[in-house]
Design a protein around this ligand. Sequence first.
Ligand code: NAD
Ligand code: GLY
Length: 359
Amino acid sequence: VKTIKVNLIQNSYEIKVGSGFLNLVGDELVKLGMKGKVIVITNPKVNHLWGEHLNISLRAAGLHASLIEVPDGEEYKSLEQAGKLYEQLSEIRAERVTPVLALGGGVIGDLAGFAAATYMRGVPLVQIPTTLLAQVDSSTGGKVAVNHGRLKNIIGTFYQPKLVIADTGTLRTLAPVEFLNGLAEVIKHGVILDRDLFQKLERGIQQLKSLDEGFLEDVIYRSICIKAEIVEKDERDTGLRNVLNYGHTVGHAIETVSDFKIKHGNAVAIGIVAAGRISQKMGILPQSARERIELMLQKAGLPVKFSDLDVMRIMDMMGYDKKKIDGKLRFVLLRNIGEAFISDEVSPKLIEQVLRELI
Ligand code: NAD
Ligand code: GLY
C-alpha cells in the first residue's frame, strides 16, 4: 500500500493506493477517530460487485453502515438526486459527524461529495473510487458538483475528503471502455507534468491494459501524485490547476457536440492531439514529441481523430466554455513532454485549422 499526503492549509488528508485495500477501510476510518454510524452512498452495480467487501471491513471495525443507492448514470448527478439524498440522510438521522463514504466512479464521488458538502453545512466525506478515472482524477482535489440542465458540473463547491482509498483491485471488474476513459487522464498527467510517467507508459502500455497489478498500482500512484501536487499549489483552481485541463477545452466541446456519443476519455484523447498540434504549429512543441504523444494514444486504443462532427459547432461550443476569461480562450499548451503551461495567445483560427486536420 502506498500513501500520498495532500498538504493543504486546512483539511490536509491522505490517499491510500493498493490492491485489496477495501478490506482495510474500516480500520482506517477508526484511526481517523470515526465511530458508530457511517453512510455508504453507491449505485446498484458497484454495490453488487464491491459493497459487501466494504461492509465486511466496516463491520469488523465496529462501524454500522447504512446504505444509500443511487441509480447508475450521469443523469443522476443532479440537484433532484441530491435532494433525495438529503431526505434519505435525514431519515437515517445522519448527524454532522456522520461520515459519508462515496463508493463508486466519478458520478457517485461528485454527487455524494456534493451532498456531503452541503448537508448540515458539511459532514465528513471519504472517497472510495472504483473506476480508473475516479482513482486518478476525480476523487482527489475536492471538486464536487452536480449537473444542471445542459450544463455539466455547474453547481458545486470545493470540499476536500477526510480520506481517499483507491483499491486498485476494484478495477478488475471495470468495463474496458471505462478503463480507457481513465487511461486518457493518466496519459494526460504524464504528458503535462511527468516525463518519467510518460516513458513508463510508452514501455508498459500492454502491461497496463492487461491489468498487471504492480504496474497498475505504480502508474495510478504516480498519476495521483501529480494531481495532488497541483492541488496543493492551487487548491481553488485560480491558475496552475488549469493545466489539468490539458486537452479538455477541445475535448469537452467534442463530447458535447457529439451529444455525448463520443465518450469523455475519447474526446479528451482527441483534445490532447489537438493541443499538441496547436503547440507545434505555434513553434513551441517539437514535432517528435507531438508524434510520440499521438503514437502513445493510439497504442492505448484511444482515438486521435474524429468524424461526423461540424467543426464550427465545436468552435462555438468552446466559446461557451466556462473557463473562458475576458473573451479570450484560455488554453493549455505544451513546451515538451512533461512541460505544460497556460496561454491566452491561441488564435481561434489556428484551433479551427487543427480541428479540420483531425477530421
Ligand atoms: P461513472 O461514475 O459513471 O462510472 C462509469 C461506470 O462504471 C458506471 O456504470 C459505474 O457504475 C461503473 N463502475 C464503477 N466502478 C466499477 C467497478 N469497479 N467495476 C465495474 N463497474 C464499475 O464514470 P467515471 O468515469 O468514473 O466518472 C465520470 C464523472 O466524473 C463525470 O460526471 C465527471 O464530470 C466527473 N469528474 C469529476 C472530476 C472532479 O474533479 N470532481 C474530475 C473528472 C471527472
Ligand atoms: N479535473 C480537473 C481538476 O480537478 O481540477
